[in-house]
Write a protein that binds this ligand. Sequence first.
Ligand SMILES: Nc1ncnc2c1ncn2[C@@H]1O[C@H](COP(=O)(O)OP(=O)(O)OP(=O)(O)O)[C@@H](O)[C@H]1O
Ligand SMILES: [Mg+2]
Length: 252
Amino acid sequence: MIQVESLSVFYGERVAVQNATLIAPSGTITAIVGPSGCGKSSFLAALNRMTDLIPGARTEGTVRIHGQNTYGDDISPALLRRSIGMIFQKANPFPLSIRQNLQLALREHGVRQRPELESRTEAALRDVGLWDEVKDRLDQPALRLSGGQQQRLCIARAIILEPRVLLMDEPCSALDPIASAHVESLIQSFKGRYTILIVTHNLAQARRLADHLAVFWYEGEAGRIIEQGNATELFDNPQHPTVAAYLAGQRG
Ligand SMILES: Nc1ncnc2c1ncn2[C@@H]1O[C@H](COP(=O)(O)OP(=O)(O)OP(=O)(O)O)[C@@H](O)[C@H]1O
Ligand SMILES: [Mg+2]
């Protein structure tokens, strides 16, 4: 499970996320929603220590993933990122072949035997429903795939390393409705297998997918979680007036 306690993210003097606390049990989907600029992406980046890579960025608070302190002295960020898959709004395949996109990461993590490389490539592509579409052109450039196919390839590239956690930052928002539905049902099929945090601006999608819902908002300059809970209960009976207006489509 993911346990985040009093997490704050700073860019220089500015607070992007203040005191966010959240628990995501293993195998569940947590949707993160809220208006633009309220710190959703910053929150995800801090879980993965991607914030380490941003000059001037700094975090406070604790993050435990399956009991392990993400910011502990004994943590290797490389191993951490292997156990956490990350998917972004814009599909970002490497400008390489479909096969290389998947096998590069495996090779980096020490898989060298051709039969294992090939079998894991096929398994990952089957998992994301791409195998039949691409099995005859694995050596063609990934960038020739459609947007939806590229996003599924990026998801395959994330899961091929057998992560336990998937962080998804608006994975469907650059896709047309059909490709979006396809990726959404893929995410749904991952329930129970990965612990998923997904940022989405699509409240209907959050409602369909999420077990747990966290609503971010700004208070002053800083983003905070202003309400969270069981997704069905929160959609049906929000307590915070701002959240009620937002979920009803009247704000944000
Ligand atoms: N690298 C950065 N350097 C400085 N400020 C940043 C950086 N990234 C984000 N911010 C600021 O932190 C705040 C939160 O941004 P963030 O991208 O986390 O919001 P968001 O909720 O993901 O928004 P959106 O819904 O538009 O993606 C914003 O005010 C943003 O300008
Ligand atoms: Mg964002």
